[in-house]
Design a protein around this ligand. Structure first.
Ligand code: NAD
Length: 363
């Protein structure tokens, strides 16, 4: 980044961020950015991504974009949380050390609870545990009987949202014989497949790791599909659970499914793709709404730890169940206003934020 091109407050992704903090720890080599987008609804919670960014500008753009997304996700999910995110600049396989993770924990702690750190690409439960030695504002490390990994809860939330989409678009109350094409059989995708299988859904699956596909074929009666053929499957639901940007003009032209409902983050390559889906009558369950189970999980974990109580699993899962009502409200608004479901979701999230800001001003 040259000096003349430097822009922070005028950065295209700035989006009125409340705080952007840069951290350097000489001893461990930590270079990190923590972005707090909006704390109207509560402290900013978001994952920590460690990535070998080509430039510092790329790291800044990523953290700003991701942290704004967390504000919308928390708002639409009805959590008393704001949006934030952090990035550590470096190669997670080569540069990461426990000292560096502890330095990151101190960086988080210096913000006094305005930012709560969680796992993301390039960080693990072990890393979060190192951070947690320095701050109480680290989540996803487990609490009592509750495991740190939020993936099973995320999978359950996707399942709930997928069922609501099937009901809306196909008018079916159960998943029996509903055909779902699942891209990615990782922590979330495989757990989702198990839930779908239990309900009698028919599965077509793909993954770069062929042993995962073999397991799904053997244990869940799934049909194996080639990596690039997953978009062409004649099915009822396409469930992306691997990569982002997989919904783009090329794949939209190929998709046969009338529904897209999966866990992957940032599924739409461009905002315009949401509108193209609407025009093609493909019902898209917005990714950040139906994959919010993980955020719900870490929120309840954090609250339980702060209060020194066991995690209330029933209360947590009841909150995850509410994802169904949220997606139904989004579908209804999109249909009523003639807009894409992605747009309807953003508008509903902004409404919730606006209402709260209005209430705070009135108080
Ligand atoms: P994961 O790494 O455990 O699983 C991803 C799987 O996708 C792996 O099995 C991988 O081999 C496979 N994959 C990679 N490239 C592929 C390709 N081209 N085609 C098919 N399969 C491919 O990740 P995860 O935790 O299961 O998360 C899946 C998605 O859901 C990610 O986009 C993640 O950001 C998102 N998400 C996860 C959570 C969570 O709680 N884990 C929460 C919200 C969102």
């Amino acid at each position: 980044m040259t000096e003349s091109s430097f822009a922070l407050f005028a950065h295209p992704e700035f989006a009125a961020h409340e705080k952007i903090a840069f951290f350097h720890d000489h001893a461990s080599g930590l270079k990190a950015i923590i972005a707090i987008h909006d704390t109207t609804l509560g402290p900013a919670l978001g994952g920590c991504r460690m990535w070998s960014y080509a430039t510092e500008e790329e790291a800044l753009r990523d953290v700003l974009r991701l942290s704004k997304g967390m504000t919308y996700k928390a708002a639409i999910t009805g959590l008393p949380l704001g949006g934030g995110k952090s990035v550590i600049i470096g190669d997670a396989r080569k540069d990461k050390t426990p000292e560096m993770m502890r330095a990151m924990g101190r960086a988080v702690d210096s913000l006094g609870g305005r930012y709560i750190i969680a796992e993301d690409v390039g960080t693990t439960v072990d890393d979060l545990s190192q951070m947690a030695t320095q701050t109480k504002h680290a989540v996803g490390i487990g609490h009592g009987e509750h495991e740190g990994d939020p993936s099973p809860v995320t999978a359950y939330g996707v399942y709930v949202g997928l069922k609501a989409a099937v009901k809306t678009r196909l008018g079916r109350d159960t998943l029996r014989d509903v055909h779902v094409a699942v891209q990615g059989l990782g922590n979330v995708g495989y757990n989702l497949c198990k839930l779908l299988h239990k309900d009698g859904a028919k599965l077509s699956v793909t993954d770069v790791q062929t042993e995962r596909v073999d397991t799904a074929v053997r244990d869940l009666g799934a049909a194996a599909v080639g990596l690039n053929d997953i978009y062409d499957v004649e099915c009822d639901v396409f469930a992306p659970c691997a990569l982002g940007a997989i919904v783009n003009p090329d794949t939209i032209a190929r998709l046969k499914a009338p529904i897209i409902a999966g866990a992957a983050n940032n599924q739409l390559a461009k905002a315009q793709d949401g509108e193209t889906l609407r025009q093609k009558n493909i019902l898209y369950a917005p990714d950040y709404v139906i994959n919010a189970g993980g955020l719900i999980s870490v929120h309840y974990e954090h609250q339980a730890r702060l209060k020194g109580l066991p995690l209330d699993r029933v209360e947590m899962m009841t909150h995850v169940d509410r994802i169904a009502g949220t997606v139904e409200a989004i579908f209804a608004k999109a249909a009523k206003d003639g807009i894409s479901t992605a747009r309807a979701s953003d508008l509903l999230a902004e409404e919730k934020l606006g209402q709260h800001k209005g209430q705070s001003r009135a108080a």
